[in-house]
Design a protein around this ligand. Structure first.
Ligand code: CO
Length: 212
């Protein structure tokens, strides 16, 4: 059996066992999706959103890209945030980074990887913003871990700086933005305690006045 055929077989088995456990599972999902969470994570194959937090299909809306970066000109990411916040009305957005992130590591070095170098520039910007703090850490591994954490913090801020999230808060919508980091070595998520739930907590330079 080819590798690809195996995937179809696994899919059939999964669909059958899921239906056996809950005969109405797929019928319910066909009706609508009502996830409470938007997960913005890394594309890394070792960090699958649903599996890590034990959520079923229908329970988490997901956007993943290399190194979980939220860029204010990325129409793809903004569209996901807008749909999640304004239509699905998720209550939580979690930016989930992970230690050992290849994208972060690449951005900390000088090797070229092609087109992706342009994407990784956004992480180099994170480095530049926190240069003194990062370079004060002598140990390579600790410095790498710190950069993975700082990248999450910056991306949480970037989510909060979108007009989408700010308008939701202004309209009284219940919405929290969180920063988490995942350990590849132990499978555990750490809350970085940088949650933001209201406009007052957004630094004034990024706080926008009206609808847009
Ligand atoms: Co990664």
């Amino acid at each position: 059996m080819t590798v690809i055929k195996q995937l179809f077989k696994k899919n059939e088995e999964w669909a059958a066992s899921t239906k056996e456990a809950d005969p109405e599972f797929f019928d319910n999902l066909t009706e609508q999706q009502t996830p409470e969470y938007l997960w913005i994570g890394c594309s890394d194959s070792r960090v699958p959103a649903n599996q890590i937090v034990g959520l079923l299909p229908g329970e988490v809306f997901v956007h993943r890209n290399i190194a979980n970066v939220v860029v204010h000109t990325d129409l793809n990411c903004l569209s996901v945030i807008q749909y999640a916040v304004e239509v699905l009305k998720v209550k939580h957005i979690m930016v989930v980074g992970h230690y050992g992130c290849g994208g972060v590591k690449a951005a900390m070095g000088n090797e070229t990887f092609g087109l992706i170098d342009n994407w990784l520039r956004h992480i180099k910007d994170v480095y530049r913003a926190h240069k003194a703090r990062i370079e004060a850490v002598a140990d390579d591994e600790q410095r790498f871990r710190l950069m993975c954490e700082l990248n999450v913090r910056e991306q949480v801020a970037n989510v909060c700086h979108t007009t989408i999230v700010q308008n939701a808060w202004r309209n009284g919508q219940e919405l929290s933005v969180h920063g988490w980091i995942y350990g590849l070595d132990d499978g555990l998520i750490k809350d970085m305690n940088v949650s933001v739930s209201r406009l007052d907590d957004v630094s004034s330079i990024y706080s926008m006045d009206g609808e847009s």
